[in-house]
Design a protein around this ligand. Structure first.
Ligand SMILES: [Zn+2]
Length: 218
């Protein structure tokens, strides 16, 4: 399956650089949506440095996706990380690093390069072994979403919650339920714990904290 899809859509550009054509299939479009999530949490493990762009790919850390701060000079803009590695010793070329990225000298020297010339590889940062899993991808996408909500309090405060809750076309029972959810008055695990009524407050299905948001939306 992967071979067919990659042959069809990624024969001239690598997967991460590919843009889905307008007439693409539903399935491939779906995969490409996942790619956006994948990209933000990928980092490169440097082997010989030849497959990693010096400026546009994150390779400086295995904790966050970190690329060197540009702007790159005209001479080095298309360079790979290999230009910082001595071809004879197969170790970092300290002189070259000082010329190009002097402020990162210490960080770079701490990265181990492959003396046997292994290729650079991708790692998925959220898991310990660096391999992507659907579960970790799911949690990362949720984290991103809730972060986005936190970061735009304006959008939330502009929304007339009280009016929306009471004026919707619905039964009084539903309105009351929504109002209670909004006011934090539902007996969810989270609210019961806040009031010291219950200590076991996790969702019985998945073990996450049982909040209204978790219960109704997630
Ligand atoms: Zn759950």
């Amino acid at each position: 399956m992967a071979r067919i899809l990659l042959g069809r859509y990624c024969h001239s550009t690598p997967f991460l650089r590919s843009v889905p054509p307008t007439n693409t299939s539903h399935g491939w479009r779906g995969i490409c949506i996942g790619k956006d999530l994948l990209e933000k949490q990928l980092s490169k493990v440097i082997g010989n440095g030849h497959q990693t762009s010096l400026w546009s790919e994150p390779w400086l850390s295995l904790e966050t996706a970190l690329a060197p701060m540009g702007p790159p000079t005209k001479e080095t803009q298309f360079d790979t990380v290999a230009t910082l590695i001595s071809p004879t010793t197969k170790h970092w070329d300290r002189e070259k690093i000082r010329q190009v990225l002097s402020e990162l000298e210490q960080t770079i020297l701490e990265i181990k390069v492959s003396t046997k010339g292994a290729e650079d590889t991708f790692v998925w940062l959220p898991t310990k072994n660096g391999v992507y899993s659907t579960k970790s991808g799911y949690y990362e996408s949720i984290k991103k979403e809730s972060l986005a909500t936190l970061q735009c309090p304006l959008a939330i405060s502009n929304f007339n919650w009280l009016g929306e809750v009471w004026n919707i076309q619905s039964s009084p029972k539903n309105k009351l339920l929504l109002w209670k959810a909004m006011k934090g008055a539902l007996p969810t695990g989270e609210n019961l714990r806040k009031r010291n009524i219950m200590t076991e407050t996790r969702c019985p299905f998945c073990g996450e904290m049982e909040t209204s948001e978790h219960l109704f939306i997630r």
